[in-house]
Write a protein that binds this ligand. Structure first.
Ligand SMILES: O=C(O)COP(=O)(O)O
Ligand SMILES: [Mg+2]
Length: 222
């Protein structure tokens, strides 16, 4: 089968692309808000707040621009304490993720995860969901100075996999992934079911949309 993308490596976003993590994030956010005496957030609100890492999620949940730095840092610590407990409890791979990763691994593709989630939460989550063994590179939001949408994390993952950006494809769910990949010179596909910070996915500049990950292997020639 001819490949639409002639690549050796595939990089995946995590939240909203490989894993449905909203229930765990929502519960941790509302435990934090309850502990701080603030109004709770709906699942849909938290879904729209995910994408730029934990401090940004906490900032969006609180929506208190005048909060001092010390209080804000304390709120982030409260969120982290609760997320350590909820992380991985209800998170599950989206439909066809596991089988597709197995297929690509068997076909010899190098694979990496590029997520704005912090490393301390990403590693146990990949283990809890049984995905950890698929990836030769893991680049998390607190490992480099610049998170997605800056290109740094994708370039770092390419270097770690020893595959040049022009032989790599990114699969994500948000404008953060699309802009990051584009800036790194990597083509990018977006899942239609993910977390887009409230932006309609079909308005984001990318190389194509997938409604389930099983649509990916044929585009890579398998
Ligand atoms: O932690 C986040 O805000 C989003 O994580 P992601 O980059 O895996 O979508
Ligand atoms: Mg995402």
């Amino acid at each position: 089968m001819s490949a639409r993308f002639d690549v050796d490596a595939v990089l995946f976003d995590l939240d909203g692309t490989l894993l449905d993590t909203i229930d765990d994030l929502h519960e941790a956010a509302n435990r934090m808000l309850a502990e701080l005496g603030r109004p709770l957030r709906s699942r849909e609100e938290v879904r729209n707040f995910v994408g730029k890492g934990i401090p940004k999620l906490v900032e969006r949940c609180l929506a208190e621009p005048d909060m001092g730095a010390a209080d804000f840092d304390a709120a982030v610590d409260v969120f982290r304490r609760h997320y350590r407990d909820t992380n991985g409890r209800r998170a599950v791979p989206f439909d066809t993720v596991r089988d597709t990763l197995d297929t690509l691994k068997a076909r010899g593709f190098a694979m990496g995860v590029v997520t704005n989630k912090a490393r301390d939460f990403t590693e146990p989550l990949l283990v809890a969901t049984g995905l950890a063994d698929h990836f030769g590179a893991l680049v998390c939001g607190d490992m480099l100075p610049n998170k997605k949408p800056a290109p740094d994390m994708v370039l770092h993952a390419c270097a770690a996999l020893a595959v040049p950006p022009q032989r790599t494809l990114m699969v994500g769910d948000s404008a953060n992934d699309a802009e990051c990949a584009r800036a790194a010179g990597v083509p990018v596909l977006l899942m239609t079911y993910g977390y887009t910070e409230g932006v309609p996915v079909d308005t984001i500049n990318c190389d194509g949309l997938l409604s389930r990950l099983a649509e990916l292997p044929p585009l890579l020639g398998c």
